[in-house]
Design a protein around this ligand. Structure first.
Ligand code: HEC
Length: 721
């Protein structure tokens, strides 16, 4: 009794503070927009109810996607088309990294939580940027070897009084939201396999679900749920079947195994859920987007063909038990590195005259899918970029009409989209007022061909796309010349009901950022013009744009602190987009990663960008043709996925090495002397003679390209491999 009364008294005493807090938050009290009376007081725990009702707290951004429907849509309206001209930088925070920065931050009670490369996690006063705490989980830099596209982190989660992060090397960690001190930490995968985590953990009920990546290097994909209070594993679901002789974990795996041939399990099979995992509170389902296979090419993975379930699919699981409910496979017999891990957005839309609870999905393969989320039934699908691997999707069977000529062997084939995808992980937003989905698209082409000598191997890149010579190489180079003429990039506004573009804004090239929309008609996106820009939701008219010295690839958020509305975005060039871009020879001078926060009347200036260092001369070329040829093959197998095909671009362009880097070359590659920068030793794959051959090849490439590299101040802009 006494306890109850005391609680009641306590609550009443809090009320005035609560109202004051709401007023300070600048919420239009009484407008209905914020459902203010139910808004929890500052400091209240982020419990299951609050997460479910995240839409009623527009001042906060409580989870990746803002709400469980992951629409990345805000009802805050202080910043509007009328006053957007007054928007300026309020504060920024240096992220200490030149590498990809892909995370969507979170905001709670005026505090901004962020995570960056190597999962370094920080908390800031949202109004001033003051650092409240910083937690470095000390990810072993050797693990960077297993991140396909830089050691990025795409997000974090809140639960009760803690911040949840999932690290590149597979730890799920709960941190005290006040201090950043860890409560607990659990290892989620077996480190004998090259798994990595780059996606955001998803919290619901008292559970955290997290997936992982690694299909390119050979792993068996899975997702698992953990107790949000203790980290104890509650359920696990594999996304591809294992070795049939060992028996299957469940009926779904037995069903999936019928769609595979050969001995796929030896390299794991892939299907990794490395990005979007959505929760549906109404249907109590978890939707998992799965990736490509291990090895990447179909016939190398499953020589007798087959759909290879559940690669490139959306799989719906029972949220309580992790049991299979339904799946929809977007690319059966996946062959082109198409992943179906991109943003999974939930909405209610009128389709064929009936209101449907749907999932919206625009994966790498170039089709926009609308699925019934109760059953997984395909309601409609239409390509949003040029697509050559299929001519369309049969709505009766739900299957693509595959263009057999796009399946490739040793003979090179030009296919759209390429492995970068028509739309990749860059988060999509849906605005229920305009009824449009907004996302960056890439009209992307790629020459696919199999290396005839390719042998799949765990821990090494298993694309098997390089290494060809003679006629095949000649044909590749001819096809390659086509690519720059065809490639285009846009910010896309797509009508999912009509399945057609409402408008698109051309942008310079691939790597435009994730999207945030607001109810008052703003579309906010980082661009490859090295800006943050705001477009009008109805027609794409540019309302505001500011230079930020780099292309912010991450998804922006908006939140309230001290009565003012803020827009926050991580600005840091990197990840897969940067690798493709640098692979095209585009290398601009850019600022290192920063968290940027804007408000009306913000006056902060970024420090001027330092000039790019000059390109040093390469050492003389002494090796024989044979050694260089051997080096080319080894480079393609072992280095190209991070340092670019033909040694152009990648995380660091090796044609532009300093004399010091040349002198240290073998130690860098075999002894891991640059491991702190993410270049781990590759001694388990290469001998000294192999490394010498690769070095000779890199030097020969520097000589071949020298004229072009030096002719241009931007280190070879416009050059193509
Ligand atoms: C998993 C990605 C990855 C792979 C695979 C990889 N590297 Fe690296 N490499 C890196 C990163 C990251 C750096 C550090 C970049 C920086 O300094 O910011 C680096 C740096 C280097 C450097 C130093 C360059 C300089 O100018 O400072 C050399 C040399 C190098 N790598 C050689 C190789 C070779 C040779 C291979 C293949 C045998 C290879 N790397 C494979 C990621 C990779």
């Amino acid at each position: 009794m006494t306890r109850t009364r005391r609680t009641l008294l306590h609550t009443t005493a809090l009320l005035p503070t609560l109202w004051l807090a709401l007023l300070l938050c600048g919420l239009p009290v009484g407008s209905g927009q914020a459902a203010s009376p139910q808004a929890p007081p500052v400091g209240a725990p982020v419990d299951a109810r609050r997460l479910r009702n995240a839409a009623s707290e527009p001042q906060n951004w409580l989870m990746d996607g803002r709400t469980y429907d992951a629409q990345r849509h805000s009802t805050l309206g202080q910043i509007s088309a009328k006053n957007v001209g007054q928007l300026g930088l309020a504060w920024y925070y240096d992220l200490e990294e030149l590498r990809g920065v892909e995370a969507t931050p979170l905001a709670l009670d005026g505090i901004l939580y962020n995570t960056s490369a190597w999962n370094i996690t920080t908390a800031h006063d949202g109004a001033t940027g003051k650092l409240l705490w910083r937690f470095d989980p000390q990810v072993p830099r050797e693990w960077g070897r297993y991140a396909c596209c830089e050691p990025v982190a795409r997000g974090l989660a809140l639960w009760q009084h803690s911040v949840i992060i999932a690290t590149l090397d597979g730890r799920l960690i709960s941190l005290d939201a006040k201090t950043g001190t860890p409560h607990w930490s659990v290892q989620t995968f077996d480190k004998a396999w090259p798994y990595s985590i780059t996606g955001a953990p998803r919290v619901f009920g008292n559970k955290i679900v997290v997936g992982n990546g690694g299909a390119d290097l050979g792993v068996r994909g899975f997702v698992a749920a953990y107790d949000a209070d203790t980290g104890k594993q509650l359920w696990q679901f594999y996304t591809v079947p294992g070795d049939p002789s060992k028996g299957f974990e469940n009926a779904a795996m037995a069903m999936a195994a019928k769609t595979w041939t050969g001995e796929w399990w030896k390299l794991g099979g892939g299907g990794t859920a490395w990005d979007s995992i959505a929760y549906d509170p109404e249907l109590k389902l978890v939707y998992v987007g799965t990736g490509n296979g291990s090895p990447v090419a179909w016939k190398q993975r499953s020589p007798g063909g087959g759909d290879n379930l559940f690669l490139c699919s959306i799989v719906a699981l029972d949220a309580e038990t992790g049991e299979y409910r339904w799946h929809y496979q977007e690319t059966p017999g996946e062959d082109w590195d198409y992943t179906c891990t991109q943003s999974i957005v939930q909405a209610t839309l009128p389709i064929n005259g009936m209101s449907h609870k749907v999932l919206l999905h625009a994966p790498k393969n170039g089709f926009f899918y609308v699925l019934d989320r109760k059953t997984g039934e395909l309601l409609s699908a239409k390509n949003f970029v040029p697509v050559t691997w299929a001519t369309g999707i049969d709505l009766k069977t739900g299957r693509p009409q595959v263009n057999e000529a796009a399946h490739f062997g040793v003979d090179p084939v030009l296919v759209a989209p390429g492995p970068g995808g028509g739309h990749n992980w860059f988060p999509m937003s849906f605005n229920p007022t305009t009824g449009l989905a907004y996302f960056p698209v890439y009209e992307h082409w790629f020459v696919y061909a199999s290396d005839p000598n390719f042998v799949p191997k765990k821990f090494r890149s298993n694309g098997g796309w390089g290494g060809y010579t003679g006629e095949a190489l000649k044909k590749r180079l001819v096809l390659q010349d086509e690519i720059p003429k065809r490639e285009k990039t846009f910010l896309m506004a797509w009508d999912p009901v009509k399945q057609q573009a409402a408008w698109q804004v051309p942008l310079p090239r691939h790597g435009n950022g994730g999207v945030l929309t607001t109810a008052n008609g703003l579309v906010i996106e980082g661009t490859t013009r090295q800006t943050l820009a705001i477009f009008r939701a109805t027609d794409g008219a540019l309302l505001w744009e500011t230079p930020v010295q780099t292309a912010p690839v991450a998804g922006p958020i908006t939140f309230m602190a001290g009565g003012e509305q803020y827009i926050a975005v991580n600005a840091g060039w990197g990840g897969g987009a940067a690798q493709i871009e640098r692979g095209m020879g585009i290398a601009e001078n850019r600022a290192a990663g920063r968290l940027l926060v804007f408000k009306l009347g913000g006056t902060m200036q970024l420090p001027p960008l330092a000039a790019a260092p000059p390109i040093p001369d390469p050492p003389p070329l002494r090796a024989s043709e044979d050694v260089i040829r051997k080096g080319a093959q080894l480079f393609s197998d072992t280095c190209a996925r991070c340092h670019g095909q033909l040694a152009i671009g990648g995380v660091k362009d090796l044609r532009q090495m300093s004399p010091d880097a040349h002198a240290e070359f073998n130690d860098i590659v075999l002894k891991g002397t640059r491991v702190q920068k993410g270049m781990a030793s590759l001694a388990n794959l290469l001998s000294v003679a192999d490394t010498d051959a690769i070095h000779a090849y890199v030097i020969s490439r520097a000589h071949e390209d020298w004229g072009r590299l030096n002719a241009h101040p931007d280190a070879g802009a416009g050059e193509t491999p």
